[in-house]
Design a binder for this molecule. Structure first.
Ligand code: HEM
Length: 433
């Protein structure tokens, strides 16, 4: 008898309920056979999540979550702990790559209408993951207690100060002090290493459970689950479905290989990525008397941060800007109800949708740049040195904000008022074979 099967049988006798779960989600989960590279990013997000947890555990072994010791403990990890530099760079690069992967994963949803009925819950859980991930990354960023950690924490927590009446008290309550200090660091550490990772893991399990109830969408946006039945494995299952394992586990390994090559290149040759993944000001210890020249969040937050900056303040606070920022995220949550399109995939959608999505993506990139302030260098390069940078930057930024919000307004009108002229959708998924 083979060793593998005897272990399998041993487990099966004692926990007969496990095998059906494995079959439901792996060998008998029939995924559409036409997945393309956009479908790599879900499994890559899982991979990065595991990387963050494992490297995080090792970092925690030598990190000191106190205002007096945090900065030095990170330097100790980088210089004295065996392989500490590698673990830290894997974690810091991993954070940025997490957002690259998740943004591409979300964009796939927009390309193929994956948020539309019946996958609204998958999308809502995904958006909740995105929110928690932002909180997780923000708190992690504060932990090395560099000068950007300190000022970043101060600016971001102060955003809550714009809430009328309770704002000021809320800021103090979050920080546990009048400025980011020991108490802030302690609680951010606790939330970052245990509370939020647990929530994230739970949400990911729910996200996948919800997806497997309704089945995956695909690049044609054709419903495979309720289409013709009978494939070579099971006459009652979708004709255009193939077992997730081994077919997509093997396909996903190709994505994993490519991704690891890129990640290794960054970790070994460009760990700070020119200040985009690890900012230069964070190599200076936190100092509440020295403000960095530019206080800006890491690139993955800058699009939303730019919205705060570009919306003019009122009543002496950035209250509209903060509302705008939360509104920008809320609108993403509401996409399944904003978009009433009859067709899911961009392949068969109207030209208006294609144009709007292109503009939306460009505006998002524009906002990322505005938020990092690199437009200060970019705009004079484009328009000559004599322009008034601030005003051009503001005009450019506000146009990007309008396009961002305009996308949702347009999409609602376009699909609810029946303006969209779609192309005929094929009966079955299309493949190149
Ligand atoms: C930790 C973060 C996340 C992980 C580990 C994760 C994991 C996955 C996996 C493994 C899949 C199935 C494979 C695939 O379709 O690519 C998937 C599907 C999906 N995810 Fe995520 N996800 C994450 C975040 C998000 C976010 C932030 C959103 C959107 C707001 C999202 C929306 C979706 C949707 C709509 C699907 C179904 C796609 C389709 O069938 O076309 N996910 N996710």
């Amino acid at each position: 008898m083979k060793a593998g099967s005897s272990i399998g049988e041993w487990v099966n006798e004692r926990a007969p309920g496990l095998m059906p779960v494995y079959r439901k989600h792996m060998t008998e989960y029939y995924a559409p056979k036409n997945f393309n590279i956009w479908y790599y990013f879900g499994s890559l997000a899982l991979l990065v999540l595991v990387n963050q947890i494992v490297t995080g555990i090792f970092l925690t072994m030598n990190y000191d979550p106190s205002a007096s010791g945090a900065f030095d403990s990170v330097q100790y990890i980088m210089r004295d702990v065996e392989w500490g530099w590698l673990i830290r760079y894997m974690h810091s690069t991993g954070a940025s790559l997490f957002f690259v992967v998740v943004y591409l994963h979300m964009f796939r949803g927009l390309l193929y209408g994956s948020y539309q009925k019946p996958r609204e819950l998958v999308w809502l859980l995904g958006m909740t993951i995105f929110l928690v991930l932002m909180a997780e990354a923000f708190m992690g960023y504060v932990l090395p207690w560099g000068n950007m950690s300190f000022w970043g924490a101060k600016v971001i927590v102060s955003l809550f100060g714009t809430i009328p009446v309770i704002g000021k008290d809320l800021v103090e309550w979050i920080m546990g002090d009048y400025l980011p200090a020991d108490a802030t660091l302690n609680r951010f550490f606790a939330l970052h290493v245990i509370a939020l990772p647990l929530v994230l893991l739970l949400l990911v399990v729910l996200h996948l459970a919800a997806l497997h109830e309704v089945g995956s969408n695909n690049p044609d946006g054709v419903d495979v689950k309720h289409g013709p039945k009978g494939n070579r494995w099971d006459p009652t299952k979708p004709a255009d479905g193939i077992p997730f394992h081994p077919y997509y586990t093997v396909k996903d390994l190709v994505g994993v290989g490519l991704f690891l090559a890129i990640a290794a290149f960054i970790i070994f040759f460009q760990p700070t990525f020119g200040g985009w993944f690890l900012e230069h000001d964070n190599s200076i210890p936190a100092n509440n008397l020295v403000t960095p020249l530019q206080i800006k969040p890491v690139w993955y937050f800058t699009a939303f941060y730019a919205i705060v900056r570009m919306i003019p303040s009122a009543f002496g606070t950035a209250v509209w800007g903060v509302l705008g920022m939360f509104g920008a995220i809320l609108l993403l949550f509401l996409l399944p109800w904003i978009d009433a399109g009859k067709v899911k995939s961009i392949r068969y959608r109207g030209t208006g949708y294609k144009l709007a999505l292109t503009l939306f993506v460009l505006a998002f990139f524009g906002l990322v740049l505005i938020g990092t302030d690199s437009t200060e260098e970019l705009i004079p390069m484009l328009f000559g040195p004599s322009v008034d940078v601030t005003s051009v930057e503001n005009i450019f930024g506000r146009i990007m904000v309008l396009i961002y919000f305009g996308y949702f307004v347009f999409l609602w009108l376009y699909t609810h008022l029946g303006w969209e002229k779609t192309k005929p959708v094929p009966e079955r998924v299309t493949t190149h074979d």
